[in-house]
Each structure stands twice: as C-alpha cells, then as structure tokens.
Write a protein that binds this ligand. Structure first.
Ligand code: SF4
Length: 253
C-alpha cells in the first residue's frame, strides 16, 4: 500500500497521545512523506487510529467509525498505552464496571477488547519517532526489531520481588478507593515494607498486628486491616492458581 489514509478517534485519552500525533504531522517529522494522511471521515480511511482507553461514552462512536470504514483493509492502530491496554485508566469509573454494566462494554479499556488491532504503539505517550517507526513497520519499510518470547510451564519462576510488585499493583487500586491517593499510597508503602521484611505468613501477621496496635490514627488502622485482608485474599488466589496449574501439567505439589 503506497498511501495510508487514517481516521483518528480519541476514545478517552488525556490528550497527550493526540499532541504527539499532531507532532508527527509537523514539517519536522513529516509523516506525510510516508504517504500517511489524516482524513476527516472514516468512509475514506484505510486505518482507524485509536488513542486513549475505550470509555463507555466513546464505545458506540468508535464502533460506528470502524463499521463506516471501507471493508478492506480496515487496519486498526492503537497509539499509547491506554489504547493498547487501558493504561493508567484501566480501573477508571468511566470504563465498564464489573457486574454492573452490560458485558458489551470493554472492561479494561484496551482497544483489542472490541476491535482487531493490527499495530500497537505503546508509550505514555509514545514519542513521535516511535509512531513513525510503527507506521513504517506497518508499511513494510523497516524490519521488526523485537521478537516475542514465550515462557512454558516449568521454565519460568516468578521471582519474589516481582510477586510483591504484582501484589502491590493489585492492592493499590483497592486502597485508593478506601483512603484516597495520598494516604492510600503511603499506607500501602508502609504495608509492603512489612511484607518485604517478613519471612513467613506468621511473622507478617505479628508485624501487622503490632503496627495496627501502635497506630494512633483510627483511619489508618482501618486501612491496615483492609490491606492485610486484601493481601491474604490475593495470596490465596495466587496459591490456588499455582496449584491448579501444577495439577494440570502433572507437577508435584
Ligand atoms: S497513554 Fe499516556 S498520554 Fe496517552 S492517553 Fe494514556 S495517559 Fe494520556
């Protein structure tokens, strides 16, 4: 394909990605030299360029734009981490709320939840050079520099530090709802220091109990109790998944 006519939809972006798209159109980066042109209607577009997480408000409009495009080639390009996977908005109130909304809406906000994505350009926001590289890749002008790797059961051991980092991400979303950003995050850091310094579940239980008893602020005491119960819940789920995986491939417990 010599030229690529693109229709841009912002499905809930913070505007950071949109500014970078404008950047690649300036004479400095000049994406038009690769034959790329922004068009004002999806009816003339070869590609749909999506920025931002897919919010409930934008869902139907984005779907209508996709359906209005000519049937071929109907390329979808997700620009920015939000469009790739929901990014920092993955648990936002503007996306589908689990159990409360129709299953039709995407849950985490990634474009691939409702459209077949051909090109992902991650980054928050991606630099103009990355957008240029992605488009050049799509047009077969350059070679792909990175290769995907697959881990199979038994070859990949989850390191302890990564496990704690993963738990912290899960707990962060929950404590933020209980105590807000500032208090929630600083309390979570305190709690994770207890987790990192304890060698066993029993030791952690004692440390948490002592910290709760020593804490003078009842709000933080409540937060610590919540964090501990969430933590146990996450660990139980993780252990359950591990046990199920081991049983599936016949590994010893
Ligand atoms: S990826 Fe970053 S810059 Fe782009 S919409 Fe999301 S938050 Fe904004």
């Amino acid at each position: 394909m010599k030229s690529l006519w693109v229709f841009h939809v912002n499905t809930g972006a913070c505007n950071g990605c949109d500014i970078e798209i404008l950047d690649v159109l300036t004479p400095y980066y000049d994406i038009e030299r690769l034959g790329v042109k922004l068009v004002p209607t999806p009816r003339h577009a070869h590609a749909l360029l999506v920025t931002g997480p897919l919010t409930r408000q934008a869902y139907h409009a984005a779907k209508m734009a996709y359906e209005a495009m000519p049937p071929k080639p109907r390329i979808v390009i997700a620009v920015g981490t939000c469009a790739c996977s929901g990014g920092i908005f993955h648990d936002s109130y503007a996306l589908r709320r689990e159990y409360r909304e129709s299953l039709e809406y995407p849950l985490k906000g990634g474009t691939s939840e409702f459209l077949p994505v051909h090109l992902y350009i991650p980054g928050c926001p991606p630099r103009p050079e990355e957008i240029l590289y992605g488009v050049a890749l799509l047009k077969n002008i350059v070679e792909k520099k990175v290769r995907g790797r697959r881990f199979s059961e038994g070859t990949f051991v989850l390191p302890r530090e990564s496990f704690n980092a993963w738990v912290e991400v899960l707990l962060r979303a929950r404590i933020r709802k209980e105590l807000g950003y500032f208090d929630g995050y600083s309390l979570l850091r305190r709690f994770m220091e207890l987790v990192e310094s304890s060698e066993s579940k029993e030791e952690l239980e004692k440390l948490v109990e002592k910290t709760i008893n020593d804490e003078g602020d009842s709000r933080l005491r409540y937060g610590l109790e919540k964090l501990y119960s969430y933590y146990l819940e996450v660990v139980r789920t993780y252990e359950g998944i591990l046990a199920a995986k081991r049983a599936l491939v016949g590994l010893p417990k």
